[in-house]
Every structure is written in structure tokens, then in C-alpha cells.
Write a new protein. Structure first.
Length: 404
């Protein structure tokens, strides 16, 4: 299916993955097959005149790079790998590259071999003072055919840190800035529970802030990046060998914004209500609302709607008029999205924490969770309860269920 739909991902931030310490767990039915692939399809031809120690290093690098390419292709991401040898310097370079014991020369020996065999697409990175150069790699169909079957068993060790700030402000930049905060203990409890369970792209669940603990705060794990629109991959994966469902909040940021500004219940489908009133369909109303809640000003929202979505003033203005008339307490054009994401994270974290305490795996997907289908009713009730708890309101949220 992936080969039939093969195309290069867009080269944008959301479509970039980086090397992670992926492995096939001990006892995996596919581990032996992957070892055979490494030894007889790649290592036999790539090792050249290397001695035993150098060959073992090459084997280690092949293992990590091929598993990361497997993960990247299912997430429809470019695999980004540092092109600066200084990033691989032990003790001074990139923490993750050092922790995986990757060396520049051996890494690029593997990548050059894959390029020579025409198994990967390659895009040279751009040098920048602010960020190290990252070269981009994506598997071609022949490589996808070789490594695609290993995806289901891919796993990353469940290890901290479980709470990070991506671009910390000065007061949050020192290593102990987050020590003692309750979310540290909560995320540790969640991840400790998840260690004994299995799911696609198994990896830690990390609470990620932007500049400080009031900005951002969504939960991230590679599972949520699996395709689920043009290719319905994520919804067709398993948790502990059983089929899953996704339970999702409906019009969540609109409802959160309205609830916290004293606006009451938004009804069953506010996007349809706004769209009908303005003479537009639901999808257009949803795009407008997403932009209006995230933009810092009305002018910025108009520009974004026009340039990115083809929504011009003759559509924008009626949608704005309808929204203000139907939901006058809704706070638009205030750059509210990071605050909404912070609330998303708190709500979903609470759902996961309650699940862990009841022995139920709930995996985060922004403002939704994936659970085994036998736990759908539990998830619906718990999501509504957690929403009420975080917002200190009652009965204003709605959820919907997506099945394979």
C-alpha cells in the first residue's frame, strides 16, 4: 500500500523526523528476519575491508538507520541527520547522537551506500548559524519493500525526560527548572505504566512546552504522527494485540474558549451552525474558526485565510459576523491557540493518568486518545470528566468515536 502511494513528503518542519534509539524488542517475531536482512543484504556488501570491530560498528549503524527510515516512511517524514561532523563529537556534540553511539564517518558510510544503491532520496541540508545542517533522507520503493514489514514491532526505550521545554525562556533554561512540578511525577507514572504494553511506534510520551509551562503543553509520542487521512494507518494499528478506536473531542478549542469566557454550551456542532448561518459549508467554517482562534489579530487572520486557504473577504466577513452573533463570548484574534494546547495537554494527561491507574492504555493524539475498542465507553466518560475537571465546568464538552 505504501509503495503504491509513494511520494516524497513536503519539506516542512512538521514532516521532519530525527534519529531515535529504535529497536525490535527481544522476542519479536521479526527480529531474526531483520538480523538476516542486515547481514546478507546490507552488511555483506557494505563492509568492504573493515576489521571485526569496525564491522560491528557498521552493523550497529545500519540497524539504527534502517529502523529509523522504516519509522519515517510510515510517518511520511523526511529523516533528518546532522551533516556536521561536530554534532557527532563525543561529549561535545548532539546528546542523542552521542547516546546512540553514532559516529559521523560510519553514519555517512551507511547513508552513502544507500544512496549508491539508489535506495533513498537525498536532499542536502542548509547551513545556518542558528541550527546545525540537517541532511534529509527518505526511502525509495525498493527499500520500503525490504524494511516495511518491521514497522509494527518498532519500539524506543521508555526513558525520560518526560517533560521538556523546546525553546525555554531564561528563567526556564537551567536543567532543574522543572524539578518538583507535579507534571514530572504524573508523566513518570504514565510512562512507567506504559512500559509493559505494546503499540505501533512504541516510545515515551513526552509533555512538551514551548517557552514556559504556560505555552504549549501537548503530549507527544511518535504514534500520533502516523498517517490517518489519505492512508488510514494509525487507526488500523493495535494496542496489546487488539484493535483500537480513537475518541476525539468535537470542536474542542472553540468549546474551551467559550467555556472559559462564560459563553456556555456551544451545542452539538457549532461549525455547522456557523457555516449554515453564513452560507458556507462546515469545513470552511472550521478552517475559519481554527485561524481566528490562533491569530493574534483580525488582520493576521484575514491574511492567513486568504493566502493559505483561499478564504477571501466575501466569505471571511459573513463567517465573522455569524460567529459574533451566535457566540458573542467567544474570544477571537488573541493568539489563543497555545493556551488551548496547554488545556488539551492537561485534559489528555488526566485521561491517561486515570487510565494508568485503572490498567487501561490511552495513547494521546493531540486532543484525542486511542484505546482498545473494548474501552470506548470508559474513554468517552473519562474524557468528559477530565474536561470538566480541568475547566471547572460541567457538561459543555462533546466527544466522537472513530473506528477502522
Amino acid at each position: 500500500m505504501l509503495i503504491d502511494a509513494w511520494e516524497l513528503p513536503l519539506d516542512q518542519k512538521d514532516n521532519h523526523s530525527f534519529l531515535r534509539p529504535l529497536a525490535l524488542p527481544e522476542g519479536s517475531a521479526l527480529a531474526g528476519s531483520f538480523h538476516h536482512l542486515i547481514e546478507h543484504t546490507f552488511l555483506h556488501f557494505a563492509k568492504g575491508g573493515r576489521n571485526d570491530k569496525q564491522t560491528e560498528q557498521l552493523r550497529h549503524h545500519l540497524h539504527l538507520i534502517l529502523l529509523n527510515l522504516c519509522s519515517a516512511m510510515y510517518q511520511r517524514n523526511w529523516l533528518c541527520i546532522a551533516g556536521d561532523s561536530n554534532e557527532f563529537t563525543v561529549g561535545k556534540g548532539n546528546h542523542w547522537l552521542n547516546s546512540m553511539e553514532l559516529g559521523y564517518r560510519t553514519t555517512y558510510s551507511v547513508l552513502d551506500f544507500l544512496k549508491q544503491q539508489k535506495l533513498v532520496e537525498f536532499k542536502r541540508g542548509i547551513k545556518s548559524k542558528a541550527n546545525p545542517m540537517q541532511n534529509h533522507f527518505y526511502p525509495k520503493p525498493d527499500l520500503i519493500d525490504m524494511i516495511g514489514d518491521y514497522f509494527a514491532d518498532l519500539a524506543q526505550p521508555i526513558e525520560g525526560p518526560y517533560v521538556i521545554i523546546n525553546d525555554p525562556e531564561d528563567e526556564w533554561s537551567h536543567p532543574q527548572a522543572l524539578d518538583g512540578r507535579p507534571e514530572q511525577a504524573e508523566m513518570t507514572e504514565i510512562n512507567e505504566f506504559l512500559k509493559d504494553h505494546s503499540w505501533a511506534c512504541k516510545a515515551p510520551v513526552v509533555l512538551t512546552y514551548k517557552r514556559n509551562p504556560s505555552e504549549g503543553g501537548r503530549l507527544y509520542t511518535p504514534f500520533l504522527r502516523l498517517p490517518d487521512k489519505s492512508l488510514r494507518i494509525r487507526i488500523n494499528t493495535l494496542i496489546d494485540g487488539e484493535p483500537i478506536a480513537e475518541v476525539d473531542f468535537s470542536a474542542n478549542h472553540l468549546r474551551l474558549n467559550l467555556a472559559l469566557n462564560g459563553g456556555g454550551d456551544a451545542g452539538e456542532d457549532p461549525y455547522s451552525v456557523i457555516g449554515k448561518d453564513a452560507g458556507q459549508d462546515r469545513d470552511v467554517a472550521k478552517i475559519f474558526m481554527t485561524v481566528a482562534l490562533g491569530a493574534a489579530s483580525e488582520g493576521a487572520a484575514k491574511n492567513s485565510c486568504r493566502l493559505r486557504h483561499g478564504i477571501y473577504s466575501n466569505v471571511f466577513e459573513p463567517l465573522l459576523d455569524s460567529t459574533r452573533r451566535l457566540y458573542p463570548k467567544l474570544q477571537l484574534f488573541s493568539g489563543w491557540a497555545p493556551y488551548g494546547q496547554n488545556l488539551d495537554g492537561k485534559i489528555i494527561k488526566d485521561v491517561m493518568l486515570e487510565g494508568a491507574r485503572e490498567g487501561i492504555v490511552a495513547l494521546p493524539i493531540h486532543d484525542a486518545v486511542a484505546v482498545q475498542q473494548k474501552h470506548i465507553e470508559w474513554a468517552k466518560k473519562q474524557m468528559l470528566a477530565s474536561w470538566d475537571k480541568v475547566t471547572e465546568t460541567r457538561g459543555l464538552a462533546r466527544v466522537k468515536v472513530d473506528l477502522p
